[in-house]
Design a protein around this ligand. Structure first.
Ligand code: UDP
Length: 447
């Protein structure tokens, strides 16, 4: 049961309602709960998490008026959605937080508000109510460079960027982000930057060794201290926060496969593919001759369940060698000894989950920060291979073989295994993430 009452401390966490943001925030809640804090999760009505999976937390839903705001949920309309959520949620959040303060036990303390960086209205409310506001960033820390360096300086700073950051091509990214920005984009960037400046600190789901150069640069520019306490899921394993039902049958199937033989294929919760991509992937996997576990979530191909698009003869060809699910318990899958490769869209959570299990990656980024993550994986950390944007069965087959079997992939596999060992060091006592968490608790939560 939740610890409440006398001399306890509570943290209020504000969710951005998409899978790749819900997971890390609830993991963070688990980390602080294990440290003795009571946790209240405040979330918009849209994509509400299931409270029964997290009986130790208190969940409060606030009206988001998304239907009335008439925004689409497609990645292309992302900035309008963020803007609408911030406009619509600020007043209900203030009301809700005021009630929490009014009704708390006299000896209970609200230690702070930790909000997803896209829910920046929470900083305004925290400021108004005199509470520390902390921004949680569920992306690579390198993405923070676009928030902490003034826009007018970004191009020249990125031009002279330090060698370790060159493969990320930050200048090109800045240019494409600043070409013809929409009104919502300009508004969201300015407001997020402003909130970040006023925050008491930032929590980044990353590790010092992964992003040393980017973190040094961020610390040069950011007035708020940055705490790197990732991968969150390794500091305090939490229960599932999947919005779709996880199919656990794949674990029994994995149990029957040979060590490091399986390629796990998943493109996360938002990316989409074409019908032809499904056909190419199917035949690429079939001809690789490796066992595979493939997540085809409803909507992966717009307006379809996906599995009906599999080509004739595919199931007969692969038989028991392939296993297809709508949604997998991904962390468990990546930690399974049968998994030897991950074909991913390079979402940051997927990237970190793979890094921490030492699984080398085949990269097919689709949009946004996934391209930056791919560059980290393939050209900075060298623990993965990039696939051409145009998916083609022969290239898929060759890339899987290189990643998992052929001698050309050996360095990548060894490097990935080394990253698993380094991650373990980070999250154990004295490691950088462990120490950063300790520092955060002392510096931010106890004032
Ligand atoms: N995930 C999962 N099962 C799946 C596919 C994905 O549990 O079948 C989880 C995955 O572990 C990760 C999250 O969904 O935590 C996806 O986040 P990510 O940042 O990788 O990508 P996004 O979905 O935001 O594009």
């Amino acid at each position: 049961m939740e610890k409440q009452g006398e001399n306890s401390s509570r943290l209020v966490l504000v969710l951005y309602p998409f899978q790749g943001h819900i997971n890390p925030m609830l993991q963070l809640g688990t980390i602080f709960h294990a440290k003795g804090y009571s946790i209240t999760i405040i979330h918009p009505e849209f994509n509400s998490p299931d409270p029964s999976n997290h009986p130790l937390f208190t969940f409060i839903s606030i009206p988001d008026k998304l239907l009335e705001s008439n925004v689409s949920l497609s990645p292309a309309d992302f900035m309008n959605l963020v803007s609408a959520l911030n406009r619509n949620c600020e007043a209900p959040f203030k009301k809700c937080l005021t009630q929490i303060l009014d009704h708390k036990h006299p000896h209970e303390r609200i230690s702070g508000v930790i909000y997803d960086g896209l829910m920046y209205f929470a900083q305004t409310v925290a400021d108004a109510l005199g509470l520390p506001g902390v921004c949680m960033r569920p992306t690579a820390a390198a993405m923070l460079l676009f928030s902490v360096i003034p826009q007018t300086e970004q191009e020249s700073v990125f031009e002279t960027q330090i060698p370790e950051l060159q493969p990320l091509e930050l200048k090109q990214m800045f240019k494409s982000m600043s070409t013809n920005p929409t009104e919502a984009m300009t508004e969201v960037r300015a407001a997020a930057l402003n909130a970040t400046k006023r925050s008491s600190g930032m929590i980044s789901n990353t590790m010092e060794f992964l992003e040393h150069a980017a973190l040094s640069m961020i610390r040069e520019y950011s007035p708020a201290p940055v705490f790197t306490i990732g991968p969150f899921h390794k500091l305090a394993p939490s229960s599932s926060s999947s919005l779709l039902q996880e199919d656990a049958h794949c674990i029994s199937w994995l149990d029957k496969q040979a060590l490091k033989s399986v390629i796990y294929v998943s493109f996360g919760s938002m990316a989409s593919l074409s019908k032809q991509d499904i056909v190419e992937i199917a035949w690429g996997l079939a001809s690789s001759e490796q066992p595979f576990l493939w997540v085809i979530r409803p909507g992966l191909v717009h307006g379809s369940q996906g599995t009906e698009l599999l080509p004739d003869g595919f199931q007969e060809t692969v038989g028991e060698r392939g296993f297809i699910v709508k949604w997998a318990p991904q962390q468990e899958v990546l930690a399974h000894e049968a998994v030897g490769g991950f074909w991913t869209h390079c979402g940051w959570n997927s990237t970190l989950e793979s890094v921490s299990e030492g699984v080398p990656m085949l990269c097919s980024p689709c949009f946004g920060d996934q391209f930056l993550n791919m560059k980290y994986i393939c050209y900075v950390w060298k623990i993965g291979l990039r696939l051409e944007t145009e998916l083609e069965r022969g290239k898929i087959q060759g890339a899987i073989k290189t990643l998992m079997v052929n001698i050309q992939g050996e360095e990548i596999r060894n490097k990935a295994a080394e990253f698993k060992r380094k991650t373990q060091v980070c999250v154990t006592q004295g490691g950088s993430s462990w120490s950063s968490l300790d520092e955060f608790t002392k510096q931010i939560l106890s004032v």
